[in-house]
Design a protein around this ligand. Sequence first.
Ligand code: PMP
Length: 382
Amino acid sequence: MINGLVYLDNNATTACYQAVVESMMPYWSQVFGNTESIHQAGRKASGVVEQCREDIAATVRTRPHQIFFTSGATEGNNFIFSSYARTPAVRKRVAVSAIEHKSVLKAAEALAPLGFDVVKLPVNTDGIVDVDKARMLIDDSIGLVSVQLANNETGVLQPVSDLVELAHEHGAYFHCDAVQALGKMTIDLQELGVDSASFSAHKIHGPKGVGFIYIASGSMKFPFVFAYKGGGQEHGLRPGTVNVPGIVGMATAMRMLPSDAKIHEMSELLRRFELGLVASGLPCVFHGDRAERLPNTSNFALCGIPADMLIANLPTLCISTGSACNSQEVAPSDVLKAMGVSDDEALSSIRVSLSTQTTEEEIDYAIMEISRATSRLKELLS
Ligand code: PMP
């Protein structure tokens, strides 16, 4: 428990590891030079950043010249679409899966007024992009395909290697939002074969506001016009003064990515959670549970109980709705809708996402609290 709360919303963000916080400390006021400065303070800062780049590259099985630091995955995803749109003579059609994060969906949709067509690749009822249907939709008119490695709401893994092959057969570029997969499965970018992938530190117990984008070709052979203009940082691909403390914190978190054994432990806890909910007699319908999923994510409907009401009745639990909320309205999740889930069921869906810090006690507490609140609400609503 942290501050009396059980935090099971790790797909939204994670707590920084203490070692991450400590590793960043010297880089605010001691080693604070600008990486572009040629004096000693600048050289020290740039040396540290290059070491981080090397360590991060090794963690995702790639090379340092293919790693570019960003402010996070929203920027990484937007960079690809904006760069593509700025490039003369590219194909005027792009394809994204129907269940992408908003930072991909909206970045793709922003291309429509510029004369681009956005093709949505459908998913099946398990929440997996349908490769056969993608085969019918991806042809030589498509120049850019973007599909995530794992879904942020359901945790369902996507057939990225198959889709890369398909895109490449048609001469299209393949971008992958790999944010949710990092730290929950081994990622080998060379093997995956994607042309680019975006990542974010705050999902892996690193700091917020920092991430990286992998570009297979490196900056020199990047096929599109760089979206941003400015100084020469990150080879001009992502200009702007380099966030040294953030990068140091992210590299620490990357060096601390969980072992296979730790990931297995997390999946056992997830199993304990799901079995516990069922055993307590709750009317749960799990989304995507027949598919290969991240070891930390469970998304389920408690039919007849509005998820926002349930969460309001769980003051010591941090979990999220399976719906897209803003302060004014609650709408059924586009991801669940794309899987064929009804609006009512989507509006009673909850996402629980664990971290390597989650304990058995927290899981048992969450089951007990969800079960109590559900019974209370059932009585109230009947
Ligand atoms: N993609 C996915 C799948 C995500 O879950 C998130 C974070 N919610 C993002 C992109 C955006 O990442 P960031 O917060 O670093 O902008």
